[in-house]
Design a protein around this ligand. Structure first.
Ligand code: S3P
Length: 173
């Protein structure tokens, strides 16, 4: 079976939904940020401050290259994983790509909950989120096989919607 990759902007709930989907489908999950933290023995924001974003992007791509060789995984990707063409190709070639979307208001509310995101440090404004989101949105949409909005839905509803759409794709190939 192909891998299922969750992509989308910070704060749309990729980790939560992918964990729930992995439990329902009884598949192994890899959350790329958590896996990098485990391997580096550091939090993502520490990797950013100590080694910089480029170094983080390199680690992230190396990890994707490694895990995309495996099959039948649920993979929750950091929000910026889609920025590199080589990463997009790896995902496209080895799995079904699920995009989670939300409105800027929802994202703003959700990212306000913690201070762990280095790219939002000192810049947690709607204007900054909107600017980043509009740059990335075409890339997310172009890559996605499935798109699910999280607005006004529970974790269960979103997970079921994802699973139904994944099964539709699997049954057509
Ligand atoms: C990033 C998103 C983060 C994390 C890093 C960079 C991004 O993951 O990988 O801070 O560039 O959008 P989440 O999307 O899980 O917040």
């Amino acid at each position: 079976m192909k891998n299922i990759y969750f992509i989308g902007f910070m704060g749309v709930g990729k980790s939560t939904i992918s964990y729930r989907v992995s439990r329902i489908l009884k598949k192994k999950i890899i959350d790329t940020d958590r896996e990098l933290e485990k391997r580096q023995g550091k939090a993502i924001h520490e990797i950013f401050t100590e080694k910089g974003e480029l170094y983080f992007r390199k680690l992230e791509s190396e990890l994707l290259r490694e895990i995309s060789q495996q099959t039948d995984l649920i993979i929750s990707c950091g929000g910026g994983m889609i920025l590199k063409e080589e990463n997009r190709k790896l995902m496209k070639d080895s799995g079904i790509v699920v995009l989670l979307t939300a409105t800027i208001n929802t994202i703003y509310r959700r990212v306000a909950l913690n201070d762990r995101r280095p790219l939002l440090k000192g810049k947690k404004t709607k204007a900054h989120l909107r600017a980043m989101y509009s740059k990335r949105e075409p890339i997310y949409k172009e890559l996605a096989d499935i798109e699910v909005s999280i607005n006004r839905k529970t974790v269960s509803m979103i997970s079921e919607e994802v699973i139904t759409k994944v099964k539709e794709i699997e049954n057509h190939v």
